[in-house]
Write a protein that binds this ligand. Structure first.
Ligand SMILES: [Zn+2]
Length: 486
């Protein structure tokens, strides 16, 4: 007999009671019981991040995938989609494996719609995966935003404090805030390093580094090439987030260690040293389609070096800028998804409405009726109380008599409220995914690494020839045609 199993996982940063492991297990067990299924095993991942870790790094899901492949499992019950992964590509990887192995997945969470079928279903699953991912991204995005805001204000954005600086918890108006600080003693030490460079005459930075080390024990780990160009030493806060440089709006005198003049003098000296080239000035672009890019002529995989893709067999003839080609590919994928959604919009909206909106509208009507009934009942019973003043004399007696009706009313009200909220949420989800076409903007808002992953998720292969003609071969689920919709 094939097994029915449960998979549970909780994110480290989830605070909600409703996602605790026991809550997830109980909800999944209840679901199984209602369907008349026996649960054979619970795959309990415990607390793990669904965003940062690869599926391979999660022990239990890895074991589950192995069992799925071996054909031991008939169905999997999970609380919600995002338990599998908040990453669209990972989620789809899992869904594809289930489809290939003829395993069905069920969602036990409140109002989480069940799996969608067929080609349209695949696409909707992808949209849903992208929404989970978008929600996850928002968390990181908010964190980055708050860090950027701090840097702009001239304060430390987070992470390990730079050499000679330290972090102190400072009480502001009503909260504790971590601030970057610099002691007078350390201020002097930084100044000393600058004076050492400005007044010295070293041919190479290597030589200067060695000489500096001899001066003080605390100068041991300083690399002048890195230390001297730091703008923080003259009071300017800088940081880089996802490749974008941020600079404070104004100088922060609290963090300033040296005067502009001394800073400039030391930097001038440093620039003259033979080996002190600044790595910052070299722009490196991370290639995003490296392993799926091929030469049209010899079918070889293209390499990437110093900002260019090249064919090892056509070195002089086939050389194309990484940035240019990657942007072109991203644009193509965007318009592909865009036209894909646009072409099938009516069907997709119909389908989603049928699955997500209609049942909730029905539930709302039913709950409204139930609430009305509960209200009538409560009124009727209150009248009974008033009509029998002798029987329900004390306030306590009245309350006791009315309590079940009051509770019933409260419960109906709560039910209606929750259903209405869920209905609104689903409407919002549809508008997010279809009207604003969520997966399209996400590609560019993702980190470099994620963009790479998603491009590989959509594209099977890219071919380019010596005339720079580009051919993109999409994966099957992106090749859906109108006729294929049932
Ligand atoms: Zn070639």
């Amino acid at each position: 007999m094939k097994k029915t199993v449960i998979y549970v996982r909780r994110s480290l940063n989830e605070m909600k009671q409703k996602t605790s492991i026991p809550y997830q297990i109980n909800t999944c067990r209840d679901y199984a019981e209602k369907q008349g299924w026996i649960v054979h095993e619970v795959f309990n991942e415990g607390e793990k991040s669904a965003r940062s870790s690869e599926l391979e790094e999660r022990k239990e899901i890895w074991r589950l995938m192995k069992e799925v492949k071996s054909g031991f499992i008939e169905r999997i019950i999970v609380f919600k989609r995002d338990r599998i992964s908040r990453r669209a590509d990972q989620y789809m990887e899992f869904v594809e494996l289930l489809r290939a192995s003829k395993v069905t997945m069920y969602f036990a969470g409140d109002n989480e719609p069940q799996m969608f079928d067929g080609v349209v279903g695949d696409f909707i699953e992808l949209l849903f995966g992208a929404i989970s991912e978008h929600e996850g991204n928002n968390i990181t995005q908010r964190l980055i935003q708050s860090r950027i805001a701090k840097v702009r204000e001239g304060e430390w954005g987070g992470g390990r404090p730079p050499k000679f600086y330290h972090i102190e918890e400072i009480k502001t108006d009503d909260e504790m805030e971590k601030k970057l600080m610099l002691t007078m003693k350390n201020k002097e030490k930084i100044k000393e390093v600058y004076e050492f460079v400005a007044n010295g005459n070293y041919k190479t930075a290597k030589e200067a580094n060695i000489a500096l080390k001899r001066k003080r024990a605390s100068f041991k780990n300083i690399d002048l090439v890195e230390f001297i160009p730091k703008e923080l030493h003259k009071g300017w806060m800088t940081a880089t987030y996802e490749g974008i440089s941020i600079r404070s709006k104004a100088l922060n005198p609290r963090l300033k260690a040296v005067e502009e003049k001394l800073w400039d003098a030391a930097n001038e000296k440093l620039k003259k040293m033979e080996d002190a080239f600044f790595e910052k000035e070299v722009i490196t672009v991370n290639p995003k389609i490296e392993k799926i890019l091929y030469c049209s002529h010899c079918k070889n995989q293209l390499g990437a070096k110093q900002g260019y893709y090249f064919c090892p067999n056509h070195k002089s003839g086939l050389r194309i800028s990484v940035e240019l080609l990657d942007n072109q590919i991203i644009k193509s994928v965007h318009s592909r998804i865009g036209s894909h959604v646009a072409k099938n919009k009516a069907e997709i909206i119909d389908y989603i409405t049928e699955k997500l909106i209609t049942p909730l509208e029905v539930a709302c009507t039913e709950n409204e009726k139930a609430l009305e009934k509960a209200q009538d009942m409560l009124q009727e019973m209150t009248s009974v109380c008033i009509a029998n003043p002798l029987k329900y004399k004390s306030a306590e007696g009245k309350r006791k008599f009315l309590k079940p009706y009051v509770d019933d009313y409260k419960e109906s009200f709560q039910k209606l409220k929750l259903t209405k909220m869920k209905l609104e949420e689903n409407r919002e989800r549809i508008s997010l995914s279809l009207k604003k076409m969520l997966p399209v903007p996400t590609i560019q808002s993702l980190s470099n690494y994620k963009q790479k992953e998603l491009l590989r998720f959509y594209i099977e292969r890219v071919e380019v020839d010596t005339d720079f003609r580009v051919k993109i071969i999409y994966r099957t689920d992106m090749r859906m045609k109108r006729e294929e919709i049932n």
